[in-house]
Design a protein around this ligand. Structure first.
Ligand code: FE2
Ligand code: FE2
Length: 177
């Protein structure tokens, strides 16, 4: 498997989650309410899986390695866009968490904000994923030898191996406060 293999497999799971989110958005439209626990679960998926585990491998390994390569102007511009989009995703998720807290505390007006933020995530992520799958990953592969690509793949597996421990260490630390 090439290094981009696990990243593309992860994209498919993110897309499935976004389909679930779209279904919930349709429910919000018809019922004018949302289950705050669903929002918690969606946020956990976005933060732990899409951001920490998936963007983590992109930023901490793939983009780090590409930084040392003589990227042409177009590829460097796209890498910058991708990093900016990861940041945008984090800000949107933070706003979603804040709106969910307001909704839980009885502020019904927060529902509009929850729906808007979920809609933003459901619309922007597929475009981000397509840019990586169809444009950036194929272009970036050309900068690596087969050996370098396989070394990144090994580092991806090691990165993943740590994630489950990090998730639950963070959970316990949060409960200890
Ligand atoms: Fe990405
Ligand atoms: Fe990605």
């Amino acid at each position: 498997m090439q290094a981009r293999g696990p990243l593309m497999i992860e994209h498919r799971l993110i897309e499935r989650m976004l389909s679930v989110v779209k279904g919930v958005l349709a429910d919000i439209e018809s019922t004018h309410e949302v289950d705050p626990v669903f929002v918690d679960v969606a946020v956990d998926f976005i933060r732990m899986y899409a951001d920490r585990t998936h963007h983590g491998k992109e930023e901490d390994i793939l983009f780090r390695e590409l930084n040392d390569k003589p990227l042409n102007e177009k590829d460097r511009k796209i890498m910058k866009e991708l990093i900016d989009e990861h940041v945008f995703g984090r800000h949107t998720t933070k706003a979603l968490v804040e709106a969910n807290a307001r909704y839980r505390n009885g502020d019904d007006t927060a529902l509009t904000e929850i729906a808007a933020r979920l809609q933003t995530l459901a619309e922007f992520y597929p475009r981000h994923i397509e840019k990586e799958d169809k444009v950036f990953f194929p272009a970036s592969r050309a900068y690596f030898t087969d050996e370098e690509d396989q070394a990144m793949l090994s580092e991806f597996w090691e990165f993943d191996r740590r994630m489950i421990h990090e998730k639950y260490e963070t959970l316990v630390e949060g409960l200890e406060i």
